[in-house]
Write a protein that binds this ligand. Sequence first.
Ligand code: PRE
Length: 363
Amino acid sequence: MSDTPIDLDALRQRIDSLDNDILRLISERAQAAQQVAQVKTAEDPKAVFYRPEREAQVLRRIMELNPGPLDSEEMARLFREIMSACLALEQPVKVAYLGPEGTFTQQAALKHFGDSAVSLPMAAIDEVFREVEAGAANYGVVPVENSTEGVINHTLDSFVDSSIRICGEVVLRIHHHLLVSSTTRQDKVSRIYSHPQSFAQCRKWLDAHYPGAERVPVASNAEAAKLIKTEWHSAAIAGDMAAKLYDLEKIAEKIEDRPDNSTRFLVIGNQDVPLSGDDKTSIVVAMRNQPGALHDLLEPFHRHQIDLTRLETRPSRSGVWNYVFFIDFKGHRDEPRVAAVLEEVQQRAAELKVLGSYPVGVL
Ligand SMILES: O=C(O)C(=O)C[C@]1(C(=O)O)C=C[C@@H](O)C=C1
């Protein structure tokens, strides 16, 4: 405790005065964003307003400059919301996501675009792709891999026949809770609803705490949360958003077996994203079915010292024993080193498609 007495009134006056400054500065920033919109429209009537590379640079800079005491992620989240509101002034952004409302994918969409984006729930991953392809939504957010359960094949397969590009990634820590409604008899829970992936991620905890309860898989965690509102003997496993949306009580928090449980989501759209300074590239490659094909494919990456961050194999839908490879690596297609590798891979592959170069997820 400090020796000098704290004068509460004086401190509040100081906070009021600081708020005045913050208010004025945020308004000035919003005006600058409106001017940016005018410049963009003058340059190109069909200009895209959302600029993922610039947003990543703004957030990274804030995190670097942050003097504390707020931690850098918290500070970046505040700026995320300011930028989201500024972008909405330029042009409201519509983001389709794998719904229903209250899913982790919606949480990821809001984490990436901020609360001023309009989020549109879709019933399936291909619907998110279609909505963005048709221009009904500007961007889409789909899950692609989970640290415990692995890849989401449906998302990868959707890229094969689509012209959609990847504009960004979001990584979300996934915390599951056991939820009940106000009418649930907590000592009589005999059925638990959740998404199959969430059951898999909480398997040990469930075996230890609810070995006898029936586990009923449903299409999403949000669906599970909704279902238990009418069943007095049921509980659901879902996240914070679903708990809030359906007004449910958490009777056990963070029940995932692995504390580092996280899911990576992709932001999809119709634009190519310029260099941000810390980028990733995703490609899909079909190799001819011959010995050493995988080695031939990977060798240029090794030689040019490019870091692979993910390699997935999927059966090709065009031939019985052919495979396609989904590869993520560090770097942007406009960097000479990456361009050289892509050129070499192109020569060795039966088919190569660059799904996008995009900023490494900041938040
Ligand atoms: O710099 C731009 O291009 C802007 O439109 C401004 C701004 C911002 O508020 O900083 C807003 C939206 C874009 O996605 C990126 C940045």
